[in-house]
Design a protein around this ligand. Sequence first.
Ligand code: CP3
Length: 340
Amino acid sequence: MNDTFLKACRGEEVPYTPVWIMRQAGRYLPEYQAVRANVDFLTLCKTPELAAKVTIQPVERLGVDAAILFSDILVVPEAMGMRLEFSDKGGPVLGEPVRTKAAVDRLTLPDTEDSMPFVIEAIKILRSELKVPLIGFSGAPFTLATYMIEGGGSKTFLHTKKMMFQNPGLFHLLMDKITLSVIAYLSSQIRAGAQAVQLFDTWAGVLGPEDYKEFVLPYVKRTLAELRKEGVPMIYFVNDCAALLKEIRKTGADVVGVDWRIDLKDAIKGLGKKFAVQGNLDPCALFLPPEKLEDKVKAILAKGESAKGHIFNLGHGILPESQVENAIALVEAVHRFSER
Ligand code: CP3
């Protein structure tokens, strides 16, 4: 069992810097495309044998030091009672958007074993097959709330912010319900065998620090405090985290995922000594010529040394247009240049 990833999460000595890639199972991989040719995305998520198969694909192809369960953050809103569709163009659609007290009241607190058994099954299969740690994940409450209130993706997050500012009581009620669902969901994943968890707060970076503190932080803190007793490392990722580091320090995470817009050295300084960090190569760096990519890898590895622990990753998900060879070269370069 390769446990460098778990050791780095805990800030322990490692023989080299572990690396995995957000969205490592996905469309840039021909073997993923081959599976997807016969099955739509949600069916893939809900068929444990297939979800396990595509989870393992990047581990074998890239040699990464961790696997992340193949699923999607939006299966939780679906389990709470919303309609979910993934169109091939235009991204996910959730209906009806949650904008009233009646709509919040209609949402249920899902029991994972009853309404998302495929996740539990996939984790069990994966634990018997993997030789690297398995990361479970969930959307963080705020990021899930944005999809539920907007009814899908958004550029301005108008409806989300309107609810926050015009009807904060309702917004908090919704966040409360989502938080309880996320805690139950991640606890089930850990009990089924997930060896670390990542909370994706992809959209929290659209808020300033004051609003983050009032509308987001209490729910992240509560989620991580409840999960603390499960005893696995907890990673918290915010895309565009730079302005929020002072607040992110209060979340109780073990590892903070850092996007590429901030120098990793500055992120570590802003977070302080308590945290391991994960990141933070620009996903588009995979389009650089090989020597330039290696220079970037070396620079990030050097900066990561000042943190309690460092897990190498991209600053956000790998793009579908990326070349597999470059992802392989990235993993190889991280291992080679970080060997102790
Ligand atoms: O990282 C992994 O390899 C594990 C699988 C994973 C997926 N989605 C698979 C996926 C994970 C961890 C996610 C998380 C997720 N999903 C997030 C948070 C992380 C982030 O990227 O910011 C968000 C915001 C979503 C919601 C979502 N899912 C969107 C907006 C889309 C459409 C955009 C797109 O990339 O197509 C998805 C679809 C999705 N989720 C795909 C995959 C592999 C593509 C679906 C396909 O095969 O067509």
